[in-house]
Design a protein around this ligand. Sequence first.
Ligand code: ARG
Length: 283
Amino acid sequence: MGTRYVTGKTAAATFLMCPPRLYDVNYVINPWMEGNVHRSSREQAAAQWEQLHRSLAEIANVLLVEPQPGSPDMVFTANAGLVRRGIVALSSFHHAERQGEEPHFRKWFSDSGFSIREIPRDTPFEGEGDALFEADGRRLWAGHGLRTRASSHRYLTEAWNVEVLSLGLIDPRFYHLDTCFCPLSNGDLMYYPPAFDQPSRALIETHYPKANRIAVDEADALRFACNAVNVGRKILLNEISAQLCTELESRGFSVVQVKLTEFLKAGGAAKCLVLRLSEPSIN
Ligand code: ARG
C-alpha cells in the first residue's frame, strides 16, 4: 500500500456488525450491567447503532449478521471470534449466558466461507474482545484473567503462527482487552494502565516507547475511550474528553464521536459492536 493512511471503501477494510433489533440488558455478567437490566431503550440503541454503522460504512465495508432470539449480546460482534487471513478462531464464551451465540456465529462464518478453528470449552476465549493485532499484523496482544483464559492463547499462536503477548487484566470494569487497550494504525497505543497487572504494564512499556503511549485517565477509560475502532486515520468511539480528542488529533487522527450510552449499559461501546474481517494492515 503506497500510503499509510488510505481511507475510503476502495481500501476494502471490512467489518461485521449485528443490528440491535433484539438488544437488551437481560442478565448481569459484568459490573456495567448491574442496575441496568431492562433499562436500555431499544429505540435509542437503534439510533446510536445506526450512527456508528453510518460512520463506519463511510470508510469501510460493513457486513451484517442477523440477531437471534435469546442472544441479546450478539450485537457485540467483536466477541464472535478473531479473524485473520480467512481463518476465524471462534469464541468459546466464559459465561453460559453468551454460549448460545456460538452456533449462530459459527453458521455465519461457515456460510461466508471462513475456515473455522474451534477453541475448547475448558479454555474460554472471547474473540477480538480479548485479542488485538498490532496494525502491522506482526504481533497479537491477548488478554486473560477475567473472561478469556490464558491457556487459550496457544490456539491463537497455532492458528496464525503469530507471536502472542499475554496481558493480565485485573479490573472487573475492564473485563475485555478491547475496553482498555487499543493499538493504533500509526504505531501508537491508547490504553488504561491500571487495568493491567504490573508485569503486563512492564511488557507494554517494553514494546511501546513512552512517546507512543497514550495513557487515558480513569474518566476517559470509563467513557470507553479505548474501545475505539481505528481505520487508517479515522478513530470512531463513544464521546470522550476534549483533552483526549485534542491529543489524538495532534497525532494525526480524525476523531468521530458517536454517543453509545445505551450500549455502555451492557458494558460495550464502539469497538465491541464491530469485528474486523479484513487484515489489520488494510486501512
Ligand atoms: N454484555 C457483554 C458481555 O459482558 C458486553 C460485551 C462487550 N464486548 C467487548 N468486546 N468488550 O459479554
